[in-house]
Design a protein around this ligand. Sequence first.
Ligand code: DQA
Length: 147
Amino acid sequence: IRVLVIHGPNLDRLGEREPHIYGRQSLADIDARLAEEADRLGVQLESMQSNHEGAIVDALSRAVGRFDAVVINPAAYSHYSLAIRDALAALPLVRVEVHLSNVFAREGFRQRMVTAGACSGVILGFGGESYVLALRAAVEMVRRQER
Ligand code: DQA
């Protein structure tokens, strides 16, 4: 099982960026934790980060045939990118959206979730641990489909 993890805009600044909201873990810390969990689950993991909408769309379309599942934190794009939503909707793979913060407990403009509806499921509000839960959920869903 091969899983692609996509971190969206500004997540390269995790750890220093609004730590009261996003925590003190850096993106490298989260990726290391994910690599450890992937080993435990016996799956292959590749991780990327981009601040660019088009690069994320490209990565999603290239994922076909190369991965079984995508775990994605579209960050601010979650709230308005129809291009990323359409790319997710067109992707015949398991798709899990993830957020560090509980966006439903935050500002009104974060309540509109545009990409989430094109995903298999969403996990949010558990800080860096959200990613680990999302990876487990993605792998479980792929295994269920293979059975
Ligand atoms: C976020 C929530 C988004 O609203 C925000 O724009 C982010 C991070 C999260 O993981 O909590 O950049 O996706």
